[in-house]
Design a protein around this ligand. Structure first.
Ligand code: SIN
Length: 320
């Protein structure tokens, strides 16, 4: 194992989730409340972290279904402080699984960290008979010890890139997948076995996007609609109705197959686009991307899933 972090501090930021969840009965893996156990207690349950130079902070304590701009701002701000500190080697973030892929995407896009930032989680609460959080935290430690820059997700012994990762299962411990790309690596008994490289990512040192994000009162309003049989476009027309508290700036449409969209929905989206709303096309297929071709009805999402395409568009609009 390559340990490039000798002598420097590891920071662990807690945000809640099932990893910090507690149920009334130890055998109850679904009837628990997320975000109950403090991150210091989660860390104390991991022998591999004992005696390490550590700083632990509770940034939030939420069920990640409720994730949004205020917690992202708090998290990004604390991450930036720690990443800028030459005494900090890496940051681990504990997080709920439900919106983990969105947080990973936002953090990678905004921070483009030059140190490891590992998001980890659990599918069983801390009170479970056999919680998976302690092992996931131990695996996250193995990954940060590699010293590789960028945001990754560690769950069930797999390491996923921020761009590709998606939650694909409601209950299984290995709830995450990276689609066609596959995981970056796996962790076996504290050893990281790499499957592929992350691919080239150009780190930007422009502080302006993060500053604008941290100062925002709200993200530009971008809604997500799905094309399906019997779609009639009425949802898009309702979104366009005057009088909304926040003006609609964009729509991501999760199209069928290779980015096809029901004609009635296409008509409504074209009308929205004609009024200045940006429309981006993703696919509702769990695997694959919208393969670019001349017949696509709207600009495609460059392989991003619908939820990540929504964030990418909102961030692009924020930076304009
Ligand atoms: C959450 O996302 O906060 C709850 C679900 C989970 O962490 O698995």
């Amino acid at each position: 194992m390559v340990d490039t972090n000798q002598g420097r501090r590891l920071v662990i930021l807690g945000t809640g989730g099932t990893i910090a969840g507690r149920a009334a009965q130890a055998g109850d893996n679904v009837g628990y409340v997320a975000g109950q156990v403090g991150v210091a207690d989660l860390v104390a349950a991991v022998p591999a972290l004992a005696g390490m130079p550590l700083a632990v902070e509770q940034v939030a304590q939420i069920d990640s279904k409720d994730m949004g701009l205020p917690v992202w701002q708090a998290l990004a701000a604390r991450l930036q402080v720690h990443l800028d500190d030459c005494q900090v080697s890496a940051v681990i973030v504990t997080h709920g699984t439900d919106t983990l892929e969105e947080t990973a995407f936002v953090l990678q896009r905004l921070l483009q960290p030059t140190k490891p930032v590992v998001l980890t989680c659990a599918m069983r609460p801390a009170s479970a008979l056999v919680p998976d959080g302690p092992q996931n935290l131990a695996d996250a430690l193995a990954v940060v010890r590699q010293g590789e820059a960028g945001v990754v997700v560690v769950c069930a012994g797999e390491v996923h890139g921020a761009l590709e990762v998606a939650k694909v299962h409601t209950y299984r411990l290995d709830a995450f997948d990276s689609g066609d790309a596959g995981p970056l690596a796996c962790v076996e008994e504290g050893e990281v076995r790499r499957f592929r490289s992350r691919g080239a990512s150009v780190a930007s040192h422009d502080p302006a996007p993060l500053a604008r994000f941290l100062a925002a009162d709200a993200l530009p309003r971008v809604e997500l609609v799905t094309s399906h049989a019997d779609a009639d476009g009425s949802l898009v027309r309702a979104l366009m109705a005057p009088g909304a508290a926040r003006p609609l700036r964009g729509i991501v449409v999760a199209g069928t197959g290779n980015g096809t969209v029901h004609q009635a929905l296409t008509d409504a989206l074209n009308a929205a686009q004609a009024q200045g709303v940006r429309v981006v096309l993703a696919t509702r297929c769990a695997r694959g991307r919208v393969v670019p071709h001349a017949g696509l009805p709207f600009a495609h999402s460059a392989g991003l899933s619908p939820v990540k395409a929504r964030l990418a568009l909102a961030l692009d609009l924020l930076m304009e």
